[in-house]
Design a protein around this ligand. Structure first.
Ligand code: NAP
Length: 267
């Protein structure tokens, strides 16, 4: 699908990666409906994007019914990018039941419910594209990440299954799976360093990956240096060995740094 002249709905637009995705989509000629909770940040992003026709739709996707309401408010869109997410970092035992529900709702349930609301019109038109921003944490698990892993493994499964259903009906479904991203976004905000030798990607690469996924109808675009992608793939293929390695001292240290770098309001 060519982006120029298309209408796109983007969640998590105020975040580090959301901003880069918004810039890439707008540079490709799409007009955007930008969503997140912070209305002022959405307004200033909309004002600085190239092109016109951009609008803002503030929503708290942790609230029951908000996902369906946002899809209804967006109206007819050609592209949906489900990018909003919480880090869900820390020991399971440190999360209240409400915090578990919140992470599941924002990271997994909201993308599913919004896709459910938006795809029928796309099928009717015989065109449209859904992009789910997952993570390499949707392929390989690590310590103090069980809730985040659950949401991203789930999102990968959902998107791949949905692609099998909607592809034959002319609607594309893609995953964009970043690894550790520097400079902006939840990993950079945690202040943690990536484990030695693994490298990092840039927010702009995530924006480009979303555009590539849409324009070339990719199943999945990973945004990470080769070594990180290979390790994530190994984690998917050989979870027993991968989890044993990750549970070692280096993995625990890296995971503790990320978890302690996120404030309580990120739960
Ligand atoms: N950064 C990385 O290294 C990395 C790596 C792999 C995958 N990812 C994925 O990339 C996506 C974007 O992450 P990011 O790094 O840009 O994180 P971020 O900077 O923390 O941004 C998160 C975004 O989600 C929105 N959000 C959070 N809670 C929400 C809620 N209850 N309702 C509506 N929106 C909500 C935030 O907006 P408001 O606060 O304004 O609501 C913000 O726009 C996430 O799905 C994340 O899992 C990131």
């Amino acid at each position: 699908m060519e982006l120029a002249g298309r209408k796109a709905l983007l969640t998590g637009a105020t975040g580090g990666l959301g901003r880069a995705i918004a810039l890439a989509l707008a540079a490709g000629g799409a007009s955007l409906a930008l969503s997140a909770r912070r209305a002022e940040a959405l307004e200033s992003l909309a004002a600085e994007l190239p092109g016109d026709g951009h609008r803002v739709l503030p929503a708290d996707l942790a609230e029951p019914g908000a996902a369906e309401q946002l899809a209804a408010d967006a109206g007819e869109v050609d592209v949906f990018v489900a990018n909003a997410g919480l880090p869900g970092a820390g020991w399971l035992g440190d999360f209240t039941p409400d915090q578990v529900t919140r992470a599941l709702r924002v990271n997994l349930e909201a993308p599913m419910l919004m896709a459910r609301a938006l795809f029928p019109a796309m099928v009717e038109r015989g065109s449209g594209h859904l992009v789910f921003v997952a993570s390499l944490a949707g392929k390989a698990a690590s310590p103090r990440t069980s809730i985040y892993n659950a949401t991203k493994f789930g999102l990968r499964g959902f998107a791949l299954g949905l692609r099998a259903d909607l592809g034959p009906k002319g609607v594309g479904v893609s995953l964009v799976s970043p690894g550790f991203i520097r400079e902006a976004g939840m990993f950079a905000d945690s202040g943690a360093k990536p484990p030695p030798g693994l490298g990092t990607g840039r927010p702009e690469q995530v924006g480009d990956a979303v555009v590539t996924a849409i324009e070339r109808d990719k199943v999945e675009v990973a945004v990470a240096p080769l070594r990180q992608r290979a390790l994530a793939h190994f984690g998917l293929a050989s979870p027993g060995i991968a989890v044993r390695v990750q549970s070692g001292a280096a993995g625990q240290k890296a995971a503790a740094e990320v978890a302690s770098g996120h404030s309580e309001d990120k739960r």
